[in-house]
Design a protein around this ligand. Sequence first.
Ligand code: HOZ
Length: 429
Amino acid sequence: MLLKSEYLFNRAQESIPGGVNSPARAFKSVGGVPVFFKKAKGSLITDEDGNEYIDYVGSWGPMILGHAYPAVIKAVQDASFKSTSFGAPTRLEIDMAELVKQMVPNVDRVRMVNSGTEACMSAIRVARGYTGKEKIIKFEGNYHGHGDSFLIKAGSGALTLGKPSSPGVTKGNARDTLNADFNDLESVEKLLKKNKDNVAAIILEPVAGNMGCVPPAPGFLEGLRKLCDKHETVLIFDEVMTGFRLARGGAQERFGVDADLVTFGKIIGGGLPVGAFGGKKEIMDVVSPVGPVYQAGTLSGNPLAMSAGIAQLSTLEKHPELYVELEEKTEYLAKRLRVALNNHNIDYHMNQVGSMISIFFTKEKVTSFKTASSTDQEFFKQFFHEMLKREIYLPPSPFETWFLATSHTYEMLDRTIVAADESLAAVKA
Ligand code: HOZ
């Protein structure tokens, strides 16, 4: 029963647009009432009615160690007694920057911001300032937050609502944003040739997570690296989802390809509102006050956020075995989900990279926006609600990724598999 969620959703709509502070939460693509939560611990999340779910959203990624991880909570508590904001430099910011540099070796300089959106907006400004060029190339179905330049053929909530391009974005912005096809180097090359000497940056999610999970094809990231070198274009990896998750050095480490700039979010703040962008010194030195590219924020480097982030990242840094554990658990889940899907004769394609996983209900292999869009959305909708009834909380859209945390136990994974088996049977019935 979702009586309280229903009451709260009705109430919320009177004061908040659509009742939510971010559209992906509104359950538009699955229908029904968004679940309102009141607490979570580890991988269990409790709604306002007292139902307890196994959580595969993990706040869309940051909860890699599970909710309310003791070291993170303690760090935030301790910091809060010393002030919640200084708007001035602190030692914590240096600790955080040094930790990032240690975990992501090709980052020489890093600037903290307040969200992944801010990080990506800033990164493209830096790329433009550094190269003196204007256009950017992004990939259809990738999502880099809600900055104007990114809301053209975007993924995540924009895609979920069936409006990948947003009104309110100027023609100028649209003109400067070129869209290529994910995993298609030829489409990138064509755009680079057509816009010779005017592409400042190529930005992408190295493993797309906002059209469901879509890995890079072999050679794709390497090919982009070569093209960027050839055309003197800045390669930006948006590692908001993959950073510190796919490996301590993120997708760069996992795939052995170095970007010029990297953006982070979510995990870097241990669940507090944080983002960051960083990269080679030569490029980052254009950032104000060293260089002329302006970027600022009173809450940037906020002491609560830095403390939470440091606690989470240093746990990951000290315990590389956590990555092995996460991968093993995700493979365990994926393997058994496949058995259930096969037993029920479902058309599906599953993508899994590290602790990111997605099931697409389609016959096609999902490698791009086009193939991700071939998923049977109606089937997903019913599957989602059947899982919810069985207290499994999946991302409420076929175009989002499931995230595992170290706090998922094998018992939880087994319960999820039983729930999936029953849900598939119910949908097919
Ligand atoms: N853009 C996030 C998922 N890809 C969703 C943000 C939210 O609703 O919290």
